[in-house]
Design a protein around this ligand. Structure first.
Ligand code: 5AD
Ligand code: SF4
Length: 473
């Protein structure tokens, strides 16, 4: 069989990036090989996001561009997967007649069959069936084949929370957890291939296993912590209402668990939180933050904020600003509210004008910039363990030691802050491969979104060197 080329455009969250890896893995037996060049592709898949209006617009403008390409290359197959596919179904083909396949968020395991059908019958196919629940298939194809240090691992799908602005429960279905054995096996496979850090993914990881009577999330973390060769564990996302004491203690007790939590608050006003159906108050959120910081003082906390929710008054918005000042987040993602299909907030009156939303967004981001910079500056002079992820994007070849070339590398602290440094400083010789290693770095400079440091002499034993089989399960 001839090799065919697959190009995937992933729009949206980490969950979609994980799904794209799975799509590539299930299509490998059909001789589809990934290409980074869209012009080379025989099959283009767009993995779509419906969370905000802007992401959905991006999907349709990309699909529009593909119409021209398909006119000059009629054999090209075009597939649309993910949340917009789930939401719109046949509507996508009505709008975009050049699309061959629409497949929903639960159809990845059925993809080979769907593609084979299109290849042989040259027909249009739609599969947005969600009745089989979690899209569990054999993850054997999920080994890291491109030398990545860090990978995502889905531990649960869907969501039962029905926040009034959110489309996720409609496009990802009911909350379903994967069995811990499958999760651990997948992580072991990744580690064997050189992965050193995993991020466990779920819409609300704190309720992992509750419905199915499986392990608790904290117990799952303990099991992941025992995987030999793995250096770091991260997870996202946590719902404040379900953040348990056990999990707070896990940050203190599990040495591989990174000291960072993404804890979306969405608003600082109890009135708005109620309208959002978030099921916690501002006071409860602040109390949980306080407890967390008492148990683990180094923890970095980031959050999401929605500005301009229908009916959000100036006073409500002020309360969000006050909460940001009180918590002093390490980082923040802020979004202008947008109406989404099916969700109840779309039917609420008192919509806030675009202009007002824009101004509120700017105010939140400006305020947060101050705290992000402060959190970064507080690290100047300290020594941090960095997991090196690879060459820095802003690669400059720096000649530090008598003509030897040294490279700029990038990695993260346990608190998820980006640190760049130059190899060759601090006793690491210029020709060592740094990716996948934990190195000690003295932080020298703070910028708004990254740090600059120098390796600390003598402390940089080659921990977790890539390919070091003795560390690997
Ligand atoms: N409008 C704006 N932001 C939204 N989010 C989710 N739904 C919407 C919406 N309709 C934001 C929330 C969530 C993040 C992933 O996206 O802040 O935490
Ligand atoms: Fe959406 Fe709320 Fe579920 Fe998060 S918890 S995915 S915001 S419904």
């Amino acid at each position: 069989m001839d090799t065919k080329y697959l190009y995937i455009n992933t729009i949206g969250c980490q969950m979609n990036h994980y799904d794209s890896d799975q799509i590539a893995a299930v299509l490998r037996p059909l001789e589809y090989q990934m290409t980074p060049l869209m012009e080379m592709a025989d099959l283009i898949i767009v993995n779509t996001c419906a969370i905000r209006e802007k992401a959905e617009q991006k999907v349709f403008s990309f699909l529009g561009r593909l119409a021209d390409i398909k006119r000059s290359k009629p054999d090209l197959l075009i597939g649309v997967g993910g949340c917009v596919a789930q939401q719109e179904g046949a509507g996508i083909m009505e709008r975009m007649g050049h699309v061959d396949l629409v497949f929903g968020t639960s159809a990845i395991s059925r993809l080979p069959r769907l593609i084979e059908q299109i290849e042989s019958e040259r027909c249009q196919v739609i599969d947005v069936d969600m009745s089989e629940g979690i899209d569990e298939f054999d993850f054997v194809g999920n080994e890291s084949d491109n030398g990545e240090v860090t990978r995502f691992v889905t531990i649960m799908q869907g969501c039962d929370n029905f926040c009034s602005y959110c489309v996720v429960p409609y496009v990802r279905g009911r909350e379903t957890s994967r069995e811990s054995g499958k999760i651990i096996n997948e992580i072991r496979t990744l580690v064997k291939a050189g992965v050193r850090e995993v991020t466990l993914l779920g819409q609300n990881v704190n309720s992992y296993g509750k419905k199915e009577g499986l392990l608790t999330f904290s117990r799952l973390l303990e099991l992941v912590n025992e995987v030999d060769g793995l250096l770091r564990i991260k997870f996202t996302t946590s719902h404040p209402k379900d953040l348990s004491k056990d999990l707070m203690f896990a940050f203190k007790d599990l040495e591989k668990l990174c000291k960072h939590i993404h804890l979306p608050v969405q608003s600082g006003s109890n009135r708005v939180l109620e309208m959002m159906n978030r099921k916690y108050t501002r006071e409860l959120y602040l109390e949980k933050v306080k407890k967390l910081r008492t148990i683990c003082p180094e923890i970095a906390i980031t959050s999401d904020i929605i500005v301009g929710f229908p009916g959000e008054t100036k006073h409500d918005f002020e309360q969000t600003l006050e909460l940001i000042k009180e918590v002093r987040f390490d980082g923040l993602f802020a979004f202008k509210y947008s109406d989404r299909p099916n969700v109840t907030a779309t039917r609420l009156p008192e919509k806030i004008s675009e202009q007002e939303k824009r101004e509120r967004l700017k105010e939140v981001l400006d305020l947060q910039d101050y705290y992000t910079t402060q959190a970064n500056e507080a690290l100047v002079g300290s020594e941090e363990k960095i997991l090196v992820e690879g060459y820095s994007k802003k690669q400059k070849v720096v000649d530090l030691h008598g003509g030897r070339q040294n490279f700029q590398w990038t990695g993260r602290t346990s608190t998820n802050k980006i640190v760049n440094f130059v190899q060759g400083d601090g006793g690491i010789s210029g020709d060592e491969i740094m990716a996948g290693r934990l190195v000690s770095i003295r932080i020298m400079k703070a910028f708004s979104h990254s740090l600059w440091g120098e390796p600390v002499k003598a402390t940089n034993i080659p921990l977790g060197l890539r390919g070091e089989k003795t560390h690997v399960a």
